[in-house]
Design a protein around this ligand. Structure first.
Ligand code: HEC
Length: 189
């Protein structure tokens, strides 16, 4: 069997199928860390973990939902009056023009005379020529005809700005326009 060694006194006095084992206790420092972790977990879970403090997880969840709803209001159809007011707002029109030139001109031409998309300066409209109808077309697009749904890609005030800008282009008579498409919608004065 075992040759006697200095460790022999820690040999446990059982033997399974001739196999004996030493009692190797964990070092004291390790055991202390182990107990300290358990104690810390209990304290951490109860106090800084907000289990006993704060409004509670349901109230916190509802507050987060309310905050999200505030940050992402549901899409509202802009009213005709508020859009018409923007057509007199030079800041909105400058922003709308800038957006039109960068985003819309590849299909509608920088002067909106029409290319892939229709002429936006004439009296003929496929989807309605009232300012709220123009805003609606820009927001939802005409996906199967190649007009993107800008409401998903632009911020709401960018869409209203560009709608106001488009509305002011009426009658600007760009050279060499695309032939009229849609129905005649005489502009109300
Ligand atoms: C990828 C090409 C493309 C881009 C970019 C594009 N459009 Fe269009 N747009 C179209 C097409 C095509 C139509 C015609 C849809 C149809 O035939 O029903 C259209 C139609 C429209 C109409 C409706 C015209 C009508 O007669 O009723 C408006 C308004 C309009 N676009 C505004 C915009 C604005 C504003 C932008 C930029 C934010 C823009 N478009 C960017 C392709 C485009």
């Amino acid at each position: 069997m075992n040759t006697p060694t200095s460790e022999q006194d820690r040999l446990l006095d059982h033997s399974y199928d001739g196999i004996q084992e030493f009692d190797n206790p964990l070092p004291r420092w390790w055991v202390w860390i182990f107990w300290a972790c358990i104690a810390f977990a209990a304290v951490y879970g109860l106090i800084p973990g907000n289990v006993l403090r704060g409004p509670g997880r349901i109230a916190e969840y509802n507050a987060s939902l309310a905050e999200a709803a505030r940050l992402h209001p549901p899409e509202v159809e802009a009213s005709e009056a508020s859009l018409l007011a923007l057509t007199h707002d030079s800041k909105a029109l400058v922003a709308g023009k800038q957006l039109f030139v960068t985003t819309c001109s590849p299909c509608h031409r920088p002067d909106a005379g029409g290319l892939i998309g229709p002429n936006l300066t004439d009296d003929y409209w496929l989807h309605g020529g009232k300012i709220n109808e123009i805003h609606h077309t820009i927001t939802v697009g005409v996906l199967d005809k190649g007009m993107p749904n800008w409401g998903k890609m632009l911020k709401p005030d960018q869409v209203t700005d560009v709608a106001a800008y488009v509305f002011t282009l009426h009658g600007s008579n760009p050279p060499n326009p695309k032939p009229p498409q849609g129905v005649l919608v005489p502009r109300e004065k």
